[in-house]
Design a protein around this ligand. Structure first.
Ligand code: GTP
Ligand code: MG
Length: 221
């Protein structure tokens, strides 16, 4: 994994230089180390999965173009290191993000307890109008579950976040998470375009104005 690479330098991503899109959204994946952030991104972008754990160093990204409502939406997805020692680097990338995938591991209560802290980081370092999806990953490991679905759903509701349980390994809800995030970003974008429900193609790299309902909620711990 590269350390804080320039997005323009990612020539190995065939999509990266493609200028044929209607919108470009920058998304950030955050959460504790080993919850499966990199695996989730690889499943989405490359449809691949490996059980080997190579902890991310700093930050990396992938580009993938999706189609929503007849629009080509180019996603620049930043995969952050969960380890505390990279926090200064990773939080520097929050500002430009229009959407966050905040991930915990359903088999790790500790990773779920950290969700509130991650939400605070978003509030502190992002634009304040970014959309957030809370993801409980490793749904394939139901027998080792430590975090009840209801607890996570309640916290997501309190925080004003969307919520999914998913599995990068078994490819459960991976595409759905990204589709939902793109949809809520588009909705907010439409609301912010004064009286115009269909934003023009001139707004390729869109900005948002609405603030999500992000009242703090309590951790179940
Ligand atoms: P950092 O880069 O250190 O922040 O970790 P990360 O969140 O990127 O975790 P990573 O994607 O590297 O995955 C950590 C470990 O969990 C690896 O061994 C993965 O194979 C495994 N893993 C990831 N997603 C899943 C999943 O959905 N199910 C199962 N069973 N294992 C998973
Ligand atoms: Mg990683």
């Amino acid at each position: 994994m590269a350390l804080a690479r320039d997005p323009g330098a990612g020539q190995e991503h065939k999509d990266a230089a493609d200028q044929n899109f209607d919108y470009m959204f920058k998304l950030l994946i955050i959460g504790n180390s080993s919850v499966g952030k990199t695996s989730f991104l690889f499943r989405f972008a490359d449809d691949s999965f490996t059980s080997a754990f190579v902890s991310t160093v700093g930050i990396d990204f992938k580009v993938k173009t999706v189609y929503r409502n007849d629009k080509r939406v180019k996603l620049q997805i930043w995969d952050t290191a969960g380890q505390e020692r990279y926090r200064t680097i990773t939080t520097a990338y929050y500002r430009g993000a229009m959407g966050f995938l905040l991930m915990y591991d359903i088999t790790s209560q500790e990773s779920f307890c950290a969700v509130q802290d991650w939400a605070t980081q978003i509030k502190t370092y992002s634009w304040g109008n970014a959309q957030v999806v809370l993801i409980g990953n490793k749904l394939d490991m139901e027998e080792d579950r430590q975090v009840p679905t209801e607890d996570a759903q309640r916290l997501a509701t309190d925080l004003g976040f969307q919520f999914f349980e998913a599995s990068a390994k078994d490819n459960i809800n991976v595409k759905q998470v990204f589709d939902k995030l793109v949809d809520v970003i588009c909705e907010k974008m439409n609301e912010s375009v004064n009286g115009d429900a269909s934003p023009s193609a001139n707004h390729k790299e869109a900005g948002l104005k609405e603030t999500p309902n992000s009242s703090p909620g309590g951790c179940a711990c």
